[in-house]
Design a protein around this ligand. Structure first.
Ligand SMILES: Cc1cc2nc3c(=O)[nH]c(=O)nc-3n(C[C@H](O)[C@H](O)[C@H](O)COP(=O)(O)OP(=O)(O)OC[C@H]3O[C@@H](n4cnc5c(N)ncnc54)[C@H](O)[C@@H]3O)c2cc1C
Length: 508
């Protein structure tokens, strides 16, 4: 079966389900967790339907720092098991499942006068522990180099705008970085679709139990009732809307968006400790479309869950105030081109601060059999999905094949010498892996499709066409805000809007 997702396939799938509404598993939520669950279940042979009320990666999964973590932060709080799990999952993504979407990213802590000896020693010890985690997880240094101290000149090569005065060099460690988080979600959903899953965006679950889900097509208003042998709620911060017995305590994390030029060609994650803390850092890192993101905050965010959270003014000040002492020229609000915020789906506990709430995931089963999977990290989505499907099978008394997701590459996955043979510019291979050839073929067939979608933007019209034809984009927002991340800068979004509209006009 093809992995292509598009409007025609969606219509067909909805019609088929209208004729025969009995399936094995319904997954609610099209973030990284739900897409991972759909892939896991489909590969085990279950007839699976995923429903997402907006678009793939509409929720938290597109607001992350896009890092594939080795779990160092968990180690700092003594959680060795989850740190190890994170490092193992990072290795699986880098090597097998998504080597095209994840690359090694050096992380640089500049040794500046503000970083006192004790703090520097702690960072060094943390990086050494990260090396041990990597080794224990079986990830070779050839894939992610070991940490080291670098000279001032090397620190400045990696992060050219760092303050030179008093710079004693830097501490460097390596982690994984996604080309973009939303692209991982789309690749997961498409791989699931290729294995036979029905992936339905703009379909909302309006009610769910362990064996029935009421659906509403948000494009037509039509409703549909599915009978399922198991149902998994993977709706992240919205999990309590689907199962009211679940109580979450979301925490907001904010990033700012800059032009890469503001950081002078940064090629590492420039990492600066938050004054007075030994475990919190802000970091600036290179990102898609010639930009740099600067994050990250951790703010209690009680109250109703917005569709799109927004940064608070004091978070913007905090990020600038923390990074600026490490820079030669301070950045100001005038340098900021955009900002974004996401809500971490943390389970309610007795902890005082959201920063203390466990980032571990939880699988919970309600009395009527509805399974909820929540928490965790983007990095650990695969393990979360495996645990959720195991729980759903056990609960429903279903027998299915064992989990296979650690060995199945996602659509486009390519690495090593095969990657070198893909005849396409590197920026395309990072986005599409071995499917990059399809974009190049479109350019050759129609040279106009090689035009950038807006001046200075590294996305071409052929990529918008591919997103409509194969990546399930149904609206211009899907193209601008999730298949690409052009929309993170409002001015760029406005400039690319006509090209997004033209892509849908061509598809009609
Ligand atoms: C600021 C920030 C930075 C982070 N950085 C990292 C990082 O660098 N690395 C990392 O590993 N992790 C990171 N994380 C954690 C990671 O992003 C999340 O754990 C993960 O994305 C959660 O995914 P999810 O699929 O569970 O939820 P979501 O992505 O929120 O998906 C839930 C989906 O359910 C849909 N939905 C809700 N209700 C319904 C309904 N009734 N019917 C149908 N659909 C519905 C929503 O539209 C949404 O798309 C970060 C988190 C934040 C907030």
């Amino acid at each position: 079966m093809t992995s292509a997702l598009n409007a025609a396939r969606r219509d067909r799938d909805l019609l088929d389900l209208g004729d025969d509404p009995r399936v094995d598993l319904v997954v609610i939520g099209g973030g990284v967790t739900g897409a991972g669950v759909a892939l896991d279940a489909t590969l085990r042979g279950l007839r699976t339907v995923l429903v997402e009320r907006h678009d793939l990666a509409f929720g938290t999964s597109r607001w992350s720092s896009k890092l594939v973590h080795g779990g160092l932060r968990y180690l700092a709080s003594g959680k060795v098991g989850i740190a190890h799990e994170s490092a193992v999952e990072r290795g699986i993504l880098l090597r097998t499942t998504a080597p095209h979407l994840v690359r090694p990213l050096p992380q640089l802590v500049p040794l500046l006068p503000g970083l006192r000896g004790g703090q520097a020693a702690l960072v060094r010890a943390g990086f050494a522990a990260g090396d041990a985690l990597r080794v224990a997880a079986g990830t070779p240094a050839g894939l992610l180099p070991r940490s080291r101290r670098v000279a001032a000149a090397e620190a400045l090569r990696l992060a050219p705008t760092v303050r030179r005065e008093g710079l004693r060099g830097g501490l460097q460690a390596w982690d994984g970085q996604l080309v973009d988080d939303a692209r991982l979600v789309v690749a997961l959903a498409r791989t699931a679709a290729g294995a036979g899953a029905r992936v339905l965006t703009r379909v909302e679950a309006t009610a769910a139990t362990g064996d029935r889900v009421e659906l509403r097509d948000t494009l037509t208003g039509r409703t549909l009732s599915l009978r399922a042998r198991a149902v998994i709620n993977a709706t992240g911060v919205w999990a309590g809307e689907v199962d009211p017995s679940i109580s979450l305590r979301p925490s907001r994390g904010t990033h700012l968006v800059f032009d890469a030029a503001a950081f002078g060609g940064l090629s590492a994650a420039l990492t600066v400790p938050v004054p007075g803390s030994v475990s919190r850092f802000v970091f600036a890192f290179p990102a898609a479309h010639g930009r740099v993101y600067l994050g990250l905050t951790d703010e209690d965010a009680p109250g109703p869950i917005p569709d799109e959270p927004r940064p608070a003014e004091d978070e913007i000040d905090f990020l600038l105030d923390t990074i600026n002492p490490a820079l030669r020229e301070p950045l100001t609000r005038a340098d900021i081109r955009g900002s974004f915020a996401g809500l971490r789906p943390l389970l309610q506990t007795d902890a005082d601060s959201t920063a203390d709430i466990s980032r571990e995931h939880a699988v919970l089963t309600s009395p009527d059999g509805l399974v909820t999977v929540v928490g965790g990290k983007l990095t650990t989505y695969r393990r979360m999905a495996e645990d959720a499907v195991d729980a759903a099978l056990a609960n429903a008394g279903l027998v299915a094949a064992a989990c296979r997701t650690a060995r199945v590459p996602l659509v486009g996955a390519v690495s090593g010498a095969r990657r070198d043979r893909v005849e396409a510019p590197p920026v395309l291979v990072e986005r599409y892996g071995d499917e990059a050839g399809e974009i190049v073929a479109a350019w050759l067939a129609d040279p106009a499709s090689r035009e950038p979608v807006a001046p200075g933007i590294d996305v071409t019209a052929a990529e918008f066409d591919f997103a409509v034809r194969a990546e399930g984009a149904l609206t211009v927002d899907d193209l601008l805000d999730r298949r690409s991340r052009i929309g993170l800068v409002a001015a760029d979004r406005a400039a690319a809007l006509p090209a997004a509209e033209a892509a849908f006009a061509r598809a009609r």
